[in-house]
Design a protein around this ligand. Sequence first.
Ligand code: AOF
Ligand code: ZN
Length: 363
Amino acid sequence: MTPHALQEALALAHQARLICPPNPAVGAVLVSPDGTVIGRGHTQQRGGPHAEIMALRDAEARGLSPRGATAYVTLEPCSHHGRTGPCCDALIRAGVAKVVASLGDPNPLVSGQGFERLRAAGIEVEVGPGAAEAEALNIGFFTRMRHQRPWVRSKIAGSLDGRTALPNGVSQWITSPEARTDGQAWRARACAVLTGVGTVLADDPQLNVRDVATPRQPHLVVVDSRLRTPTRAKLLGPGREVWIATAVQDPSRHQAWLDLGVQLLVLPDAGGQVDLVALMAELARREVNELHVEAGPTLNGALLEADLIDEWLLYIAPKLLGPGRPLATLTERSALSQTTALHFTDMRAVGPDLRLLARRAEA
Ligand code: AOF
Ligand code: ZN
């Protein structure tokens, strides 16, 4: 059974999700020996205080002492000097008696050292309650720390017969406004949104978060092997951090985009295309935890064939389009044993549409 205070810490971590990337969303609740909650906190924006510090400040602001308290936290308190100071030292200084943490921090700078330092200071440490939820909340952070790549989620809106557009490219709108707003909520929690130059040329999208209140816009990544993104594309508008992933190595061809403040990720050429595996490693280096893909069938197909999609977010409208564009362009299979096996992890109605979440069979 997850203690009530830890459930509250998980709820606080949920609240941090839009603001805190690339840091993990963490919640902390301090409970005094008589069982009263004396402080609450969650992770702040990049470079800001961690959950434990916010909870200690909350107790201080209320004039309550954390001495002898139990700290319920959804992640191992950090032990390193990063953009902020170590939380385990702050807890030790504050005199807490016990720490209950959902799970260890996979960051190699921490990974068990936070717990060790707490125990060495005589603090009782319990690990485990709420672990599954704390990890699910931070699936991108855990994937990046463990595998040096982001958690890649591809969002697709289509018809019941699996079409994302008519043959002439018309796709606005197959799914309902409710489904489109729901899709924006998933964009908002991602560190970065990824699309292909084909989509930029066809739709001139903004790919920002508009329908959901958010303190932060995700970065935007355009896969553009040959540098065809128009310099007047809407998504290059002001206030947005845009990275173009290209296989064009010649620096003299980069200037037009650099002048617009775009960052170029110059990657190896893999058969005329950007090496997508190298792209994922570069995005992890740039601290992208969750990558939200909104792309056409070519890029989705290439990502799928490279086994780089962890999760599909599918919105299916109760419409039949007949001939049209597929979800992903794949090479022909000759046996069902060669097909990509997925399993559904969630299914629900969103307005008149269906929303399905599916993961790789082994994911
Ligand atoms: C905690 N509590 O609330 C979070 C933690 O660069 P910094 O100093 O902000 O450190 C970021 C790292 O701290 C991050 O990669 C992860 O290992 C840990 N996150 N730790 O004690 C928190 N968000
Ligand atoms: Zn910390």
